[in-house]
Design a protein around this ligand. Structure first.
Ligand SMILES: [Zn+2]
Ligand SMILES: [Zn+2]
Length: 293
């Protein structure tokens, strides 16, 4: 189809089905509709309501792993969660993305992940490794930076200055440079049903932005029931157990991995993926999601 016909088709579609915000159902303005981040899905006001986290978390007790705070002794991987599942706007976006197959929401959710990662601002001490993160302005989604994260960045800067800590912070890109991105796979049958793997789309966007290799390192070998349908934690563990297989152990061995999924609720799916990765001698693991409960 020629460009003219595509434009004409879009104009006709916009007249027949005016783009509305998935959250408040308001008709989107032209600017909101045209902006590449917003697509045709969310209005400026709703987007601004999303509160981003500014730390990593312990996946077991959910403690915030803020600056200079040691990793919880009982967790063997870190949780990077951009927001919280009780954030109604984020919950709504995820719902449309995951259960209503709004594939085109991937770019905006991906940007939210990138913004969160780029704004992590703390000193982390893990296995003797010390890295100072710095807030990095991406220029996009400026309103998603919470006041709290601005304050904590300022506090961190002052503390670092008084403590004589390295004056040049390590860029998030440099810290992530040793990592591979691995998406949580869907069973091929489920992926066909939905039309896409939501975790893979988010993984691709993050990998592209931070210039990291993406490896489909895991295979789903059981078409288990969706975890969301099981309320009981024990049932979730049983349901997911033995679900994953490593495609090629050589791709995993000794590698630091960012495991990507959409949400972290009971943690059963990610725990199982981490277990099989660790069994195959993976290095450090960060589980990254849009939202945690
Ligand atoms: Zn709205
Ligand atoms: Zn903990």
């Amino acid at each position: 189809m020629s460009l003219f016909l595509i434009k004409l088709k879009n104009i006709v579609l916009d007249i027949l089905f005016p783009p509305i915000c998935v959250n408040c159902h308001k008709t989107l303005t032209n600017a909101e509709n045209d902006a590449d981040l917003r697509g045709k899905f969310i209005c400026e006001q709703c987007l601004n309501l999303i509160k981003l986290n500014n730390t990593l978390f312990c996946p077991i007790c959910r403690a915030r792993l803020a600056e200079n705070k040691k990793i919880c002794s009982h967790s063997y991987y870190l949780l990077a969660a951009a927001g919280n599942y009780d954030d109604p706007v984020l919950q709504n976006l995820i719902h449309y993305f995951k259960y209503k197959s709004f594939e085109n929401l991937a770019p905006i959710l991906g940007k939210i992940l990138i913004k969160y990662l780029s704004n992590l601002s703390f000193t982390i001490n893990q296995q003797g490794q010390k890295a100072i993160f710095r807030r990095e302005a991406l220029g996009a989604l400026p309103s998603l930076v919470s006041e709290r994260s601005k304050e904590s960045a300022e506090r961190e800067r002052r503390r670092a200055a008084t403590a004589g800590v390295a004056a040049t912070p390590v860029l998030i890109e440099r810290w992530l440079s040793g990592y591979l991105i691995v998406p949580i796979p869907l069973h091929p049958g489920r992926e066909r049903e939905r039309g896409f793997n939501q975790a893979k789309l988010l993984a691709e966007i993050t990998a592209r932005h931070f210039n990291l290799p993406l490896i489909d390192g895991l295979k789903r070998i059981k078409n288990n029931k969706p975890q969301a349908k099981l309320k009981d934690f024990e049932k979730r563990i049983k349901n997911i157990s033995g679900c994953f297989e490593i495609k090629n152990p050589n791709f995993i061995k000794g590698k630091n991995i960012i495991l990507v999924d959409d949400v972290f609720t009971s943690g059963a799916t990610i725990n199982e993926a981490v277990r099989i990765l660790k069994k195959n001698c993976a290095g450090k693991i960060i589980a990254m999601v849009i939202a945690k409960t």
